[in-house]
Design a protein around this ligand. Structure first.
Ligand code: MN
Length: 366
């Protein structure tokens, strides 16, 4: 297994790359979508939070697709810093909203995604993380409930009171001049049908381009958020997604914290199951206490998940993909994000070293 760091768009600088190397990373996962665009309520020194029903930010320019040249330049910059670009995480709602919404621009948006995948292939970026959801990541609250009073995110009950307004999807605004009103509730089976059509359309292009699509589960994993159905809110539901279009390029961005928040199943078993199938393209590692609709994110060593067991399972199954810290509570210092990430990475490296040592060191005999 390889250790990486996820960087938001405004963090794509030499300073952040050097920080990643210093903390022991060999790989970078890039959030190329600018979640923080024109969003005052969303501080840039943390994961994108929004408030319970506030959007993260304004989506990107619809006709301005990521070019092969900029993707190649991004990869070269990361390599020049001594790191490897492992994946791009997430599509911009400005480029694909009508795939989610089954709107009139769907054919153009399918072409957009195919073009992005082809350009990623050209630029040598092997994985595209995505999250197929109408409400997106929302409904969470920030509280000082981490160890030592650290600020952290969690849920304090369902979030179905306020529907998704027109002009917004995936928790970002794609049309600032949309008329008032809200997105009607889309039945869950209709949403599955949209996901299936999406995969049938783009997986062949992913195969030709050597790019794996990697799906994040619903975050938070509630059956509905803002009145909209969700698809992957129990561990076994990942299997349905994989079985829609069986392919090496139809894979998972497996999020340990999100799966641990699910009310059924067991995250340790889920990691074993999907790792054995070779379906984990890369992995988000984060610990959590509780389950939806009442949980909070915790420090890596402080939640319900047995992280040593998770990492042992990956090692035993010869997982050779990238692990990145997902989120961390904010540590009380001048650089809360950096401190949280360094703490998490130190923990992962220590467990990795322990697993390597237990393979090479003979067991004591009596
Ligand atoms: Mn995640």
């Amino acid at each position: 297994m390889k250790v990486g760091l996820g960087l938001y768009r405004h963090m794509l600088t030499r300073e952040y790359y050097d920080f990643a190397r210093q903390a022991g990373c060999t790989h970078i996962v890039v959030h190329y979508v600018d979640y923080f665009n024109q969003a005052g309520s969303n501080p840039r020194n943390n994961q994108p939070t929004g408030a319970k029903y506030e959007p993260w930010g304004v989506a990107g320019d619809p006709p301005k697709l990521w070019t092969a040249a900029e993707l190649k330049q991004l990869r070269q910059q990361i390599e020049a810093a001594g790191l490897t670009l492992a994946a791009l995480e997430n599509l911009d709602p400005g480029h694909w909203h009508d795939i989610l919404l089954d709107g009139p621009r769907r054919p153009q948006h399918i072409e957009n995604v195919k073009t992005i995948i082809r350009r990623m292939g050209e630029a040598g970026i092997p994985v595209l993380g995505y999250y197929f959801s109408l409400a997106g990541v929302c409904g969470r609250v920030t509280t000082p409930s981490g160890r030592g009073g650290a600020l952290t995110l969690g849920m304090d009950g369902p979030a179905d009171e306020v529907p998704v307004p027109n002009g917004m999807v995936w928790n970002m605004v794609y049309d600032k001049s949309a008329p008032p009103g809200a997105l009607p509730a889309v039945p869950r089976e209709e949403l599955w049908r949209r996901l299936q059509r999406f995969l049938e359309d783009v997986v062949p292009v992913a195969e030709q381009s050597g790019v794996r699509l990697a799906a994040h589960p619903d975050d938070p994993p509630m059956p509905t958020m803002r009145g909209q159905a969700r698809l992957i809110f129990q561990p076994h539901m990942y299997q349905r997604l994989l079985d829609l279009v069986p392919s090496r390029c139809n894979a998972l961005e497996l999020c340990v914290g999100t799966i641990a928040e699910m009310t059924e199943g067991d995250v340790h078993e889920a990691v074993d199951r999907y790792c054995k199938q070779g379906k984990i393209a890369y992995l988000h590692l984060r610990n959590v206490a509780g389950k939806v609709p009442h949980y909070r994110e915790t420090f890596i060593d402080d939640g319900d998940v047995d992280m040593v067991r998770i990492l042992s399972t990956l090692e035993r199954n010869h997982f050779d993909g990238v692990i990145i810290p997902d989120h961390s509570p904010q540590m009380s210092c001048a650089a809360p994000w950096h401190a949280g990430m360094a703490h998490t990475l130190g923990f992962i490296l220590a467990v990795k070293a322990m697993l390597a040592a237990s393979k090479t060191t003979p067991r004591p005999t009596d």
